[in-house]
Design a binder for this molecule. Sequence first.
Ligand SMILES: Cc1cc2nc3c(=O)[nH]c(=O)nc-3n(C[C@H](O)[C@H](O)[C@H](O)COP(=O)(O)O)c2cc1C
Length: 249
Amino acid sequence: MTVSTSTTELQKNHVTIRRFTDQDVADEMVEEIIAAARRAPTSSNMQTYSVVVVRNPETKKQLAVLSGGQKHVETCPVFFAFCADISRLDAACKMHGQELVRGLETTLVSSVDAALVGMSANIAAESFGLGVVMIGGMRNHPEDAAKLLGLPDGCYVVYGMCIGWPDAEHVPNQKPRLPHELVVHYEQYSSADPTEKLDEHDKELAEHYEAQGRNLDAAAFTGPIAKRLNSHKRPNLRPELERLGFKFD
Ligand SMILES: Cc1cc2nc3c(=O)[nH]c(=O)nc-3n(C[C@H](O)[C@H](O)[C@H](O)COP(=O)(O)O)c2cc1C
């Protein structure tokens, strides 16, 4: 039985786009993307996220620097900053003479809310034929990003998103995903040793990169993970997020 819809086909065609044409994205389109994205489910209906839409070239330039020199942040016509935002929870509590108790749960709930609305925006943007790249590099310097965007206490950029029209000459082939059986479990998690499947995926991903003219690590999947994650990544993240009003206990 064939079961696919125009939405699942769109999702299955996803590739991250990092090169854009000079063509602008109309304000009406941006607003439609946001209107669609804002129908995303949100934990306890609290809507603990905010989106900052950035078009100003100077701001994008500075965001590009903060994200580790990612050129597409500067060259995209529109940049969205998806923020976890508990500042309104604070205001709501104050309206009733209460104090917001911040903890790991409020940090997680708001970060998940921001991720969900961002992913919904991704799908909405791609449905227009737009290209998208998410920017986790926005967590390199959370306090600087918050200052640049004028975020209040209790608000940080979880990730950004560059949106623009794909440069047809630089649309990459789809990246292979991990084997289905490694990721999807039915009824019970299968705790089989993943090494063999990871090895296969290393080879498949290396072939993908080679076809793109990139000659990376032969262990294309596991190699970079092992190199990157053998030390604490972004050790500044927790103290900076704490100073921005988020708690982890
Ligand atoms: C939360 C998140 C953060 C990301 N951050 C970056 C980033 O900072 N720079 C970048 O070029 N790509 C970034 N990406 C894109 C991923 O690298 C990309 O989705 C992944 O390599 C799979 O490729 P595909 O989306 O083309 O299938 C991010 C993706 C996610 C989900």
